[in-house]
Unconditional design. Structure first.
Ligand SMILES: Cc1ncc(COP(=O)(O)O)c(C=O)c1O
Length: 448
């Protein structure tokens, strides 16, 4: 009678709880099968896989891992570890992991104040994602011509700057670095933000300083195609806490990362309508390791390129790519400009016959979103076709004549970090052999 009364009574009034325990014990949402699916993705042998399965099935998985940055159950989530590793590697005060280089750029432009009616100066050669991210932030990309390094020409910047300009967006293309000293000087003179696109040159240096740490925002892609690459990943470095706040917010639903996630803005300009570029724990686990290997990887590339170019001759008809910092170049491409498109084609053909991998567009290449006039989406309605603020931004060939010319003529030789000294010697011999036949020795040496 007494007991019955107790079960009838509300728990709030001292009665027994209706639910004292849950009996149902399911399997972890993510457990051995998912773990094995990952192991299979590493293409291990059946023998290795069955040994791994046998071992992990004996473990108590509990509720299994929770694969999100927040509530990961770890003292330091893998995303936090990746961000810490990035801060240590770059000596940067703030780092935010995101799921792509494009996401990193979009967040950075939005945080830099890019919005409708504002312009960002992008290099004529780089990759479409930089300009696209400006458009996604509501702004307008304006293209700046390049110099013989194929990077943004600091001398071409000032005529493009007007009252609508918010930021400069130098891209460090294909392993070479921009002249950050001169670009920063222009930015400072005009009070502009700088968003560096380091996707193709992670761990490159200018004047001894790692790229990505010059500007207000350093953006990286850690996608599988990059030197330091996982699957699909991105990174933003900032110098200021407020910039970090804002990129965090934009990458994360508008500001959900904050201690009180749904609170109104804590200072003017903190909250902007956001996206979801959150990084996954699985990607971060891989990319944190990749970052620790970055300097060694780049050192191998640099050494290989140096071994090859130190053996090359100088030729009247060949201009080696200008390098603003020979020691800071990543070294994963060796590039030069033959004096004509036709000569470039013949040199490439001869190099390939020698067993030296080389390519050139040769005047009749395919559409290619690494140069401004082929970035077709920018011309459409969803791009900037509707914006008439700047007549220069037609995105048609001819606006950046140096880029137009060099992009057609350049000869590219991909470097491999694992070349041995003998490989480097053979490749250098092959290049000299071909250039000696097709060109004439230069009277004064030209630095490679
Ligand atoms: C210069 C440059 N910027 C941005 C990106 C975009 O990076 P993601 O593919 O990670 O979005 C790339 C990718 O190729 C790139 O080369």
């Amino acid at each position: 009678m007494n007991k019955e009364r107790t079960t009838q009574q509300l728990a709030l009034q001292g009665g027994m709880k209706a639910v004292s325990a849950i009996e149902g014990k399911g399997k972890p949402k993510i457990g051995a099968d998912e773990f094995m699916a990952l192991a299979e993705r590493f293409c291990l042998s059946d023998t290795a896989l069955s040994k791994i399965r046998e071992a992990v099935e004996q473990e108590d998985w509990g509720s299994g891992p929770f694969l999100a940055n927040y509530y990961s159950g770890l003292e330091e989530s893998r995303v936090q570890k990746y961000e810490r590793t990035a801060r240590e590697l770059f000596g940067s005060s703030y780092a935010v992991g995101v799921n792509s280089g494009t996401g990193a750029l979009h967040c950075s432009f939005a945080a830099a104040g890019v919005k409708p009616g504002k312009e960002v100066i992008c290099p004529a050669i780089g990759f479409y994602a930089t300009a696209a991210a400006v458009v996604m932030a509501g702004g307008m990309p304006v293209f700046c011509d390049v110099d013989e390094s194929l990077t943004m020409d600091p001398d071409a910047l000032e005529p493009l700057i007007n009252e609508r300009t918010v930021a400069l967006a130098p891209t460090h293309p294909m392993g070479v670095v921009c002249n950050m000293g001169r670009i920063m000087a222009v930015a400072e003179k005009h009070g502009l933000k700088v968003v560096e696109d380091c996707a193709q040159a992670c761990c490159g240096r200018f004047d001894g300083q790692l790229i990505g740490t010059f500007g207000d925002f350093g953006c990286f892609s850690i996608s599988a195609y990059k030197i330091v690459g996982g699957g699909e990943g991105g990174l933003i470095l900032t110098k200021k806490e407020r910039d970090w706040d804002r990129v965090n917010g934009i990458s994360e639903g508008g500001g959900l990362w904050r201690p009180t996630r749904f609170a109104p803005e804590r200072y003017e300009g903190e909250l902007l309508v956001g996206t979801n570029y959150r990084m996954s724990e699985l990607e971060a686990a891989v990319d944190a390791v990749q970052l620790t290997k970055a300097e060694a990887t780049v050192a191998r590339f640099r050494n290989v390129k140096q071994q090859i170019i130190s053996q090359l001759g100088s030729f009247k008809e060949i201009t080696p790519q200008l390098r603003h910092d020979t020691a800071g170049d990543i070294g994963y491409q060796l590039r030069f400009f033959p004096e004509s498109v036709d000569l470039g084609k013949r040199i490439c053909e001869a190099l390939q016959a020698e067993g030296v991998g080389a390519s050139t567009r040769g005047g009749a290449g395919r559409d290619d979103w690494h140069i401004y006039h082929y970035m077709h989406p920018l011309k459409g309605d969803i791009g900037c076709g509707c914006y008439t603020g700047n007549a220069q931004a037609t995105y048609e060939k001819g606006a950046c004549p140096v880029a137009d010319d060099l992009f057609e003529r350049v000869v590219n030789l991909g470097m491999n970090q694992w070349y041995t000294q003998a490989d480097c010697d053979h490749i250098a011999t092959g290049i000299n052999k071909v250039l000696n036949v097709y060109c004439t020795p230069a009277k004064t040496p030209k630095p490679w």
